[in-house]
Design a protein around this ligand. Structure first.
Ligand code: SF4
Length: 386
């Protein structure tokens, strides 16, 4: 039987999954709902109904971050997205986040084609102060191959509109290691991204998921994945370029200018409680993980019937906590405190330049992060035996 929410948990971080997209990108296997006309009102109502039904009490003084991810939250439009944030604020006892004293990081993921000066102004007035922009590439051919909904010029216009509205914390998402046949110029894309002067960049290597158009193209032999060597070369090229431009590499996929780390994402990596609302949203109350029904229609219909939309949950065992601590520690620049019996295991990694140990903490280099899964598996296996 599914558990109810643990009572009296204070959530400093809130994630809301907004599942709507205008079309499916060729590589994407996220839980999305493709809609020409987004049901904004019923979605906002359903998110708020989930909050009430689960008897979650948000508290203004403890609330640190709100993150709207997707899908494409910007598909809620200017007024719809602003209303959702206002309603979350009111449930926490805040009339308007933009006029509330104290800093809250409020991030939305957005696609460039959805950003206008009007929508950006409404988001800023609701308290949005950080936008994660799904750019992926500036190359028209690559954008078309990825089935993206924007052209090469849209990111620049989007960034101008955000800045004009006063939103200056701007992160750009880029995908690297595209198949050679796409003929994408990674060096040029990196330079164009830097020209936009973002405070943060997230870089993701393309992975082929089976139930996607890309998965089918690859299975048919129409597309050949980038080899590991090019994956590593493009990752290292970005690393050198961004480090040289003043960015710090603070998590395997994330770079920022000093003082501009993503606070919400950093909370995930430090293992503190966070609330997940919306279809497929995951949450953690400090001991139990839970996740909602992934399909939008199923989630909405359960919430509409007054039922908990939870699809499943798991109470983390000590060994799961240990392995998670290893993985989370290694993926960030904060590193992982080492145990005495691990020193001989890590010595060859240090010799190869994959890691360094300072004051008993192991920190991976960019070369080490290319081997993150193997390194984490080795340390997890040692800890499970001791
Ligand atoms: S916009 Fe994002 S979530 Fe939507 S289909 Fe594309 S990659 Fe997936």
């Amino acid at each position: 039987m599914l558990q109810t929410d643990t009572p009296n948990v204070v959530y400093p971080h809130v994630y809301i999954h907004v599942p709507f997209c205008g079309r499916r990108c060729s590589y994407c296997d996220f839980a999305i709902a493709v809609r020409k006309n987004v049901p904004v009102d019923s979605f906002v109502r359903a998110v708020m109904a989930e909050l009430v039904m689960r008897e979650i009490a948000l508290d203004a003084t403890s609330l640190r971050t709100i993150y709207l991810g997707g899908g494409t939250p910007s598909k809620l439009g200017g007024p719809g997205l602003a209303r959702l944030i206002d309603e979350i604020g009111r449930s926490a006892g805040v009339d308007k986040f933009s006029t509330f004293s104290g800093h809250r990081e409020i991030t939305i993921e957005a696609n460039p084609e959805d950003i206008t000066s009007q929508s950006a102004a409404l988001w800023a007035a609701a308290g949005v102060n950080r936008v994660s922009l799904g750019v992926q590439s500036f190359d028209p051919g690559a954008l078309e191959w990825m089935h993206r909904g924007h052209g090469a010029a849209a990111p620049r216009q989007a960034v101008q509109s955000l800045r004009a509205a006063g939103i200056n914390e701007i992160s750009l998402d880029l995908i690297f290691a595209l198949p050679a046949a796409v003929r994408r110029d990674w060096t040029r894309d990196l330079a164009q991204a830097l020209e936009l002067r973002p405070t943060h960049l997230s870089l993701y290597g393309l992975t082929v998921e089976p139930k996607t158009p890309l998965g089918r193209w690859t299975a048919r032999g129409d597309v050949v994945e980038a080899p590991e060597e090019r994956y590593a070369a493009e990752f290292m090229e970005a690393h050198e370029q961004l480090r040289g431009s003043g960015f710090e590499h603070y998590e395997v996929s994330n770079y920022c200018l000093p003082g501009h780390r993503a606070q919400h994402n950093s909370a995930y990596w430090s293992g503190v409680p966070y609330l997940g609302l919306g279809p497929s949203a995951h949450g953690f109350d400090g001991s139990t993980r839970r996740w909602n029904a992934p399909a939008y229609a199923e989630w909405a219909s359960r919430v509409g019937r007054g039922e908990d939309p939870r699809e499943g949950d798991e109470l983390l065992t000590q060994s799961e906590r240990d392995s998670e601590q290893v993985y989370l520690g290694l993926r960030t620049s904060g590193g992982l405190p080492l145990r005495e019996n691990e020193l001989t295991t890590v010595a060859p990694w240090i010799e190869q330049g994959w890691a360094a140990v300072t004051e008993g903490t192991l920190r991976l280099s960019a070369q080490g992060w290319l081997r993150l899964d193997a390194i984490a598996a080795t340390l997890t296996s040692i800890r499970s035996r001791s």
